[in-house]
Design a protein around this ligand. Sequence first.
Ligand SMILES: [Fe+2]
Length: 359
Amino acid sequence: MRFSLESSSGTVPSPLPSPVHANGHARKCGPSRVLLVDDEPDVLRGLHNMLVHAGYSVTCATEVNEGVDLLHRATFDLVLTDLYLGDRDLGFPIAEAARARKPRIPVILLTGRPSFDRAQEALASQVSAIVVKPVESQVLIDTCERVIQETELTRRNRELEVANRVMTSVLPRTIEIKDPTTSGHAARVVDYTDNLASRCGVGEEQRASLRMAALLHDIGKIGVPDHILTKPGPLTVDEMEVVKRHPRMGYEVLAELEDHQDVRDWVYHHHERWDGKGYPQGLAGEEVALPGRILVLAEVYDALAEERSYKPAWPVEKIVAFFRDQAGRQFDPDVAHLVADGLERMGKRFFVSKSDMLF
Ligand SMILES: [Fe+2]
């Protein structure tokens, strides 16, 4: 049987004032849409009036099939369903249909006969809340509000997780596919940079940004043609000029990171040198901030310590000698000597040990 209440348009005379959005639950493009399922006309009418008064757009159904059909055909933000429909506990098929929707629709179960077993079953079937009838208007609305907000929060968190995976996994992988010679490079540079930053006293907030910069430092390579990136022999002067554009390209690619200007800067500076002979800007000394100078060194360390197609992995002694030689030239002298000292003392374990184990 189709009940006469179809929407919040007011087909049923309401003893309450006209709908308001007092609970602040209105969606950006309209009020939250609720599917209300109950086989008792008087109860349905009362619940409908409560929800409409609070500003919800309400669609009503009195039977299981009708409720399931509406769930397949229309979009809802919330389902309120009686547990017992026609004297049988048929609220679960409604809940199941709501959960099957993508994205899933949260369900509040209404029941006049609460029992521990039923509550257990409801929780096991991931119903968001159980409301015992008769229910006060404010309790019902507060519950609806809470469930809708929690669902929205969960949805946003999932979106953030996906965005985070794109940032931390997909983008670095993209660079490695472009330049297979650097497999695992970004992940190692993150570890080395963070380790070194910790030893240099860089605060946690800056270190978080620095880890992001280290992960994405070569993202601008997506703008360098493959035949240059993968060229086995030495690059021509013109090809080298193209490669030298990648820090700037990385800076541009990350333009949307408006709240992380430091990340963009450190990506931009990762081929600068202490003596000002680096690229692309030729910045010198402390014109590159300490985290950026640390990234420069960690990036070079990985290039030296790992085998590449054009060279074997350097032994620690050779790396130490290089850092000592380049202290004050390519690298910040304090950071370069700190690393050289650490490598002399601990070998390559220096970069995988916590700073408090060293000093
Ligand atoms: Fe680079």
